[in-house]
Design a protein around this ligand. Structure first.
Ligand SMILES: Nc1ncnc2c1ncn2[C@@H]1O[C@H](COP(=O)(O)OP(=O)(O)OP(=O)(O)O)[C@@H](O)[C@H]1O
Length: 229
């Protein structure tokens, strides 16, 4: 279970952007989180991805409380989470060829021997042809780079995936391909998904249930984690 309990977070503790949010994702479940621009969805996604320490509240990963975030987060926690952001150009080292970008987490965790097999398999799964793997980010399209970022997020076979507006800047066919790649991975692995976005149609089609930000935030604590359908 991925559990967020009463999370408050932001950039100034006097005016938090996330207030008392509670939500859970069960193993294998896909949960969508909808909300207007600037409401705090990405901040909550970053808390969940261990990239932003909350001011208060509890994050439990498979029952284990998270006590450290960012570079202090233990490897055992970091490796069970895969994250894809909205803007691949901000999330990718421009110096790396796509093959090295995808392999980055394997290198960082001392699993170099898995690189040839895993990178080839994942490149095919996300629809990247071998010629693209030799290119650097400035030599590929946003959609191709996002495919590589998704492959990187999956390379350690995470139990939990966080997709923060993963397809917001992509066309319909690339969106469909990336969602299909996530769903194929989830079907094979049983991973749970938190998909953050503002496209209700997409989230309703993609996810088992979709939560509205306004139902999670302060004042809605009497009915936390209520689905829209
Ligand atoms: N690094 C930061 N420092 C200070 N304020 C920030 C920072 N990042 C975000 N904010 C502010 O926090 C609020 C929530 O931002 P956040 O990115 O979480 O919203 P969002 O719901 O994901 O928006 P969008 O859908 O537009 O991406 C906004 O008012 C934003 O200006």
């Amino acid at each position: 279970m991925l559990e967020l309990h009463d999370i408050t977070a932001g950039y100034d503790s006097r005016t938090p952007v996330v207030r008392n949010v509670t939500l859970t994702v069960a193993p294998g479940e896909a949960v969508g989180l909808l909300g207007p621009s600037g409401c705090g969805k990405s901040t909550l996604a970053r808390v969940t991805a261990l990239l932003h320490r909350p001011d208060s509240g509890t994050l439990l990963l498979d029952g284990e409380p998270v006590r450290r975030w960012r570079h202090r987060a233990p490897r055992a926690h970091r490796t069970v989470l895969g994250v894809v952001f909205q803007q691949p150009r901000l999330a990718a080292d421009p110096r790396l060829r796509l093959t090295d970008l995808i392999a980055e987490p394997l290198r960082a965790t001392g699993r170099r021997d898995e690189i040839p097999h895993s990178v080839g398999e994942l490149a095919a799964a996300v629809g990247l042809t071998p010629d693209l793997l030799d290119r650097r980010p400035h030599e590929v399209s946003d959609g191709q780079l996002q495919r590589a970022c998704l492959a990187r997020a999956l390379v350690l076979r995470p139990r939990w995936l966080i997709c923060d507006e993963m397809t917001a800047m992509l066309d319909a066919s690339t969106t469909a391909a990336l969602v299909a790649a996530v769903e194929n991975y989830r079907a094979a692995s049983g991973a749970g998904l938190l998909a953050v976005g503002h496209d209700q149609l997409l989230l309703d089609r993609w996810c088992d249930r979709t939560l509205h930000w306004d139902d999670l935030a302060v004042g809605a604590k009497t009915k936390p984690d209520q689905p829209t359908r």
